[in-house]
Design a protein around this ligand. Structure first.
Ligand code: GCB
Length: 593
């Protein structure tokens, strides 16, 4: 018994020793992508004994039994593999509907260098990951869309090593998101995996942006990990002739402010500056843009000028294969479609997308709304759920806070209007404001009209800077010409983005304009919506639902949906529907003004 308690304490302590690695794509690293051997484990047999106790010798140990020792009933092998990064659902037919545990193993030979530190980094694992190195637990991570890393310096060996990951996408009521969503619960190691090499003291964090509402004051902080004394940090931005030397405090932290006339980042001129931070033997490079974002009554101001957001909502899925998007190439295809539509803005729904998307948005000049999966009816009364949501929010901000493209952090989507939710989201909004004072906060609220009046009276509007409104006039409510009768009201003197409207259409299905599911109906609905929204003075932008068709378990309609939400302007095979053109023409007209 006593022995068990000690063991429990040791296991417990070794968990959650997470660390940050900024801009992993600029770091010295070994790529661990590619084929991983897998075991599907719906009963979590590799983790629990038959009496549901945590096993000491589960599937996380590369156990090769001696002859006649005892029966071993699992083995990693080269036939049952999955490609990383990638969801398992679209890689293997037998895993299309699967929700549960899959064990992943990667073995490799390694040569350790002295005076270096090593970290295992995952871009994302949906939903829960428990990671082991050579049979030893490194830690656990919850949340399917944000990166995490564990230090392995002491545990990695010269020669043979193996990582094992227990990836579990079982839906749970008390998870974020909860059991009910309108997107496919793609499981697995869905983003890049790297073994990162860093010096003893490394640059763990940096945050470099313009001060809120300023267009010429660069503020920032840099933090070292592993510094023993007050160490020197150098920051250079050659094009701005910035070359500053700082001394970190005893916690490895430095804060600074530099006045400079910068060329401002904007969709028309997505100017990025090369930045170099160095300290001791560590160097990290980045490309950072500078812009300001603020509101003035119901206007949104980019670099102190009013801007209209010509947007589109995007799920992180790739037509053709219809699985999770994860590569730079995927990101380029998705964002190029947005550009072709005439967008200057994208809403990345409903969870943090992979880092390539945000970096490319920086380069291509697309403003970004970035959100966490606080979606529909999560458990607002549960403190652990709050902690989890906050953690996902902080991990998203941690990774992307240097991206000029991101102007809005969204804290929620279509959450029920109840007191506990207001409290929950009020607390989350305050946390976001404290963590990143340079950006604006929003949330998408479901707003339904009554007696032909659409009144944005959700109390959540109190804590957000910009209001997101999802409305489905012409699809879930009435026919498209209903739009002509609706009067819009907002008690808030704040800008409004119509974060969703839309309707389903099967590519190639044509008919009369009021035949539902045809391209013609969808196009008509876009025309009516656009005519309505164009007249509402406080609507300063929109991101209709959605760029591409996407898999959803809530959409079984045979012959039409076949498990796809068909509200895409582009089909699951990459074909443009009629409504694409309708929106494109409107955005072109808007851009000319
Ligand atoms: C919504 C949700 C979105 C759904 C969409 C729909 O309001 O925010 O996640 O996919 O409606 O298609 O019904």
């Amino acid at each position: 018994m006593f022995k068990n308690i000690i063991l429990f304490l040791i296991v417990g302590l070794s968990v959650y020793s997470q660390v940050h690695i900024m801009n992993v794509y600029d770091r010295d690293r070994i790529n661990l992508n590619g084929n991983w051997q897998t075991i599907i484990d719906p009963y979590e047999n590799g983790y629990y004994s038959f009496h549901l106790a945590e096993r000491r010798e589960g599937y996380f140990i590369d156990y090769i039994p001696k002859k006649d020792e005892r029966a071993v009933e699992h083995v990693f092998n080269s036939i049952h593999t999955l490609v990383v990064p990638g969801d398992w659902n679209t890689q293997r037919e037998d895993l299309f509907f699967y929700e549960g545990t899959v064990w992943y193993r990667k073995n490799f030979d390694f040569k350790k260098e002295t005076n270096q530190r090593y970290f295992i980094y995952f871009g994302a694992v949906n939903y829960e990951a428990i990671v082991y190195l050579n049979g030893e637990k490194l830690g656990k991570h919850e949340g399917g869309f944000t990166p995490f890393a564990f230090e392995v310096t002491e545990k990695i060996k010269d020669g043979y090593n193996y990582f094992i990951v227990k990836a579990d996408n079982q839906r749970k009521k008390d998870a974020v998101p909860t059991v009910m969503t309108d997107w496919w619960n793609f499981g697995g190691i869905t983003r890049d995996v790297f073994l990162v090499k860093l010096p003893k003291t490394y640059i763990e964090d940096y945050f470099i942006q313009l001060e809120k509402e300023s267009t010429n004051k660069i503020i920032g902080k840099i933090k070292l990990n592993g510094s023993s004394s007050e160490q020197e940090i150098l920051l250079s931005i050659p094009e701005l002739e910035v070359s500053e030397k700082f001394k970190a405090d005893k916690n490895g932290l430095v804060k600074f402010g530099i006045e400079k006339n910068v060329e401002l980042w904007s969709p028309e001129n997505p100017k990025l500056y090369n930045i170099r931070i160095s300290s001791g033997s560590d160097i990290v490079n980045d490309k950072i843009g500078f812009r300001s974002i603020s509101t003035n009554q119901t206007n949104l101001l980019l670099n102190n000028k009013e801007i209209y957001l010509r947007g589109i909502s995007i799920h992180e899925v790739m037509p053709y294969r219809n699985g999770r998007a994860h590569s730079e190439e995927d990101a380029r295809i998705l964002l190029s479609w947005a550009k072709e539509l005439g967008c200057n803005f994208v809403r990345l729904a409903h969870y943090p997308h992979n880092e390539h998307m945000i970096k490319l948005a920086d380069e291509m000049g697309l403003l970004v709304w970035s959100e966490i999966p606080v979606y529909w009816a999560i458990e607002y009364t549960n403190d652990n759920v709050y902690q989890n949501a906050e953690n996902q929010m902080l991990e998203m901000i941690q990774r992307d806070k240097n991206r000029a493209s991101i102007i809005l952090w969204s804290i929620a989507n279509e959450t029920p209007v109840i007191d506990v939710r207001n409290k929950f989201l009020g607390k989350l909004a305050a946390k976001v404001r404290e963590t990143d004072p340079t950006r604006l906060i929003t949330a998408a609220m479901r707003v339904v009209y009554k007696d032909n009046v659409l009144n944005i009276d959700d109390p959540l509007g109190e804590v957000t800077d910009v209001l997101g409104v999802n409305q489905y006039i012409g699809w879930y409510e009435g026919k498209p010409d209903k739009c002509r009768e609706i009067e819009w009201k907002s008690p808030y003197n704040k800008p409004v983005i119509v974060s969703e409207f839309g309707g389903g259409a099967l590519f190639g299905l044509r008919g009369e304009k009021d035949d539902q599911w045809t391209e013609d109906y969808q196009a008509w609905m876009y025309e009516e919506q656009i005519a309505m929204l164009n007249k509402v003075p406080f609507v300063i932008g929109m991101s209709p639902w959605i760029l591409t068709d996407f898999y959803s378990p809530r959409r079984p309609l045979y012959g039409i949906q076949d498990w796809f939400n068909r509200k895409g302007l582009i089909s699951s095979n990459g074909e443009k529907k009629l409504a694409f053109k309708v929106l494109q023409e409107y955005y072109n007209r808007k851009a000319e003004k």
